[in-house]
Design a binder for this molecule. Structure first.
Ligand SMILES: Nc1nc2c(ncn2[C@@H]2O[C@H](COP(=O)(O)OP(=O)(O)O)[C@@H](O)[C@H]2O)c(=O)[nH]1
Ligand SMILES: [Mg+2]
Length: 468
């Protein structure tokens, strides 16, 4: 069922010549644990020939093909000459009761880069192909084990940085978003069926009261789509964090502040002006709120070409910032650019180096005074950041939160539904309404990866008595 990818089959076919029936590209293998040293590493094989691959490389009391599903067995992985590669635990998960929906083998070998690489190599020599990124999950989707939102949740789960992001991903993996989309989709399918019936049996038409009901149903579909669309910002923040950009003159202490908030010396701090020339990004978890913190090249006019490029990047970062931390050195005169950018709702003005005497330019200047060197005022700053985030409704609260792909599909769906609404209101013929609804249906279906005309037909024939 899965897509025969445009992979290079040469390795697997040449090495297994004479050992038909291998289906090239149908059996994949990969190391599923991260690279580096660890107690164990996991190598996975999935596909029609997975068990055969396991039989070739595993030596134990019996062959894997005789193992009961989901039971671990101790044994050895050997190379083609029968030499020991590693002692392992191996389990087979027979289709369809596996993650991918195919025969799946899991080999737990000793951790370490070389051991797992050799086990993988043995799998490839026995006929498997190296899996593409995400291919196990892609197969799970293509084999109907999960919908697209669930497949995407797997990534969110792995990348989650806060408890809320984790909970959101877990719920999406359980199918909460998918269920919501399916409800909307079912409703659209049923409405399309009604409309199509009145096209197929024009003498019956859409009765006026039925038209009224359809309009009301379409209204509530639009409301539900809008409600989901409203979670897009939360979704972005859960997945990517609130974008907080630190900017200001050179040597104000921007890099020092990033290091302070991060809790370790990530960025070079120096008294040389213009040390930071690129934009540096780090994620922090500020009391449960994921924050993407950006340190930028300092603003100054007498900059080299390289530094100017850095400054251009600073300006770009500022455009997409959710919150800006404008920092200045209270020991130095006020920079000329300072007033014009300072102070609006999405900006916190900071006077750094409060351990040093204050320059007269800052006398009675209203700003939060901090010292990155002495660690003063940082707790207040964190509170202020959280207050601003809450005020701007950037604080994620709900766990249902769509991603940008979902947002694009749902925006299109809403447009189509709105067109259908307008067509109904303007009394256009059922065909027009049907076309718009159908577009909406497809766009909604894209969210979960289901675009299926069959279902509409089923619904048509199911709801109406064709024989009459
Ligand atoms: N006295 C004092 N010096 C600081 C403080 N924060 C940063 N500095 C110093 O100011 C200089 C510039 O800091 P840096 O973080 O590189 O500034 P940036 O150019 O804005 O990134 C360095 O020599 C830091 O050690 C502070 O709170 N007090
Ligand atoms: Mg810097």
């Amino acid at each position: 069922m899965h897509r025969r990818a445009e992979r290079d089959f040469k390795t697997s076919t040449s090495l297994t010549a004479g050992k038909e029936p291998f289906v090239p590209g149908d059996t994949i293998a990969a190391i599923s644990t991260p690279a580096g040293e660890g107690a164990i590493a996991l190598v996975r094989i999935s596909g029609v020939n997975a068990i055969e691959v396991a039989d070739q490389i595993f030596r134990g009391k019996e062959n894997p093909s005789r193992f009961a599903s989901h039971v671990q067995h101790f044994g050895e992985i050997v190379d083609r000459e029968g030499r020991l590669i590693d002692q392992v635990m191996l389990s087979i998960h027979r289709a369809p009761a596996s993650y991918t929906g195919e025969d799946l083998i899991e080999i737990s070998c000793h951790g370490g880069t070389l051991v797992s690489a050799h086990v993988l190599e043995a799998c490839l020599r026995a006929g498997a192909c190296a899996a593409r990124p995400g291919e196990f999950t892609e197969r799970a989707f293509l084999n109907g084990k999960m919908d697209l939102t669930q497949a995407e949740a797997v990534i969110d789960l792995i990348r989650a940085r806060t408890d809320l992001a984790l909970r959101s991903a877990t719920e999406q993996l359980e199918g909460r978003l998918g269920d919501k989309i399916r409800q909307i989709r079912d409703e659209l399918i049923s409405m399309t069926a009604h409309i199509n019936a009145s096209i197929d049996f024009p003498e019956e038409g859409i009765a006026p009261d039925e038209g009224e009901t359809l309009r009301a149903r379409l209204d509530s579909v639009c409301e539900e789509i809008s409600a989901l669309l409203a979670t897009a910002d939360q979704g972005r923040i859960l997945r990517e964090g609130v974008r907080v950009v630190i900017y200001g003159a050179t040597n104000a202490g921007k890099s020092s502040l990033l290091n302070r908030l991060l809790g370790y010396e990530r960025v070079i701090v120096s008294e040389t002006h213009g040390t930071t020339r690129d934009t540096i990004e780090e994620m922090i978890n500020l009391r449960g709120v994921p924050i993407r913190l950006l340190d930028t090249a300092g603003l100054r006019t007498s900059a080299s070409a390289l530094e100017q490029e850095g400054i251009a990047r600073t300006e770009k970062s500022l455009e997409t910032a959710d919150l800006r931390l404008h920092i200045a050195d209270r020991n130095a005169p006020q920079p000329s650019h300072f007033e014009e950018c300072a102070g609006n709702g999405s900006e916190i003005v900071l006077l750094n180096k409060s351990d040093l005497p204050e320059h007269s330019d800052w006398k009675s200047f209203d700003a939060l005074r901090i010292s990155c060197a002495a660690g003063e005022g940082l707790a207040e700053l964190e509170n202020e950041i959280l207050t601003r985030i809450t005020k701007q409704n950037l604080r994620p609260e709900s766990t249902v939160a769509i991603n940008t792909r979902h947002r694009d599909c749902l925006r299109r769906a809403l447009e189509s539904c709105n067109r259908a609404r307008a067509a109904m209101r303007d009394g256009l013929t059922a065909e027009y309404v049907a076309v718009d609804l159908d577009e909406g249906l497809r766009a909604v279906g894209e969210v979960i990866g289901a675009v299926d005309v069959e279902q509409i037909l089923d619904s048509v024939f199911g709801q109406f008595c064709i024989g009459k």
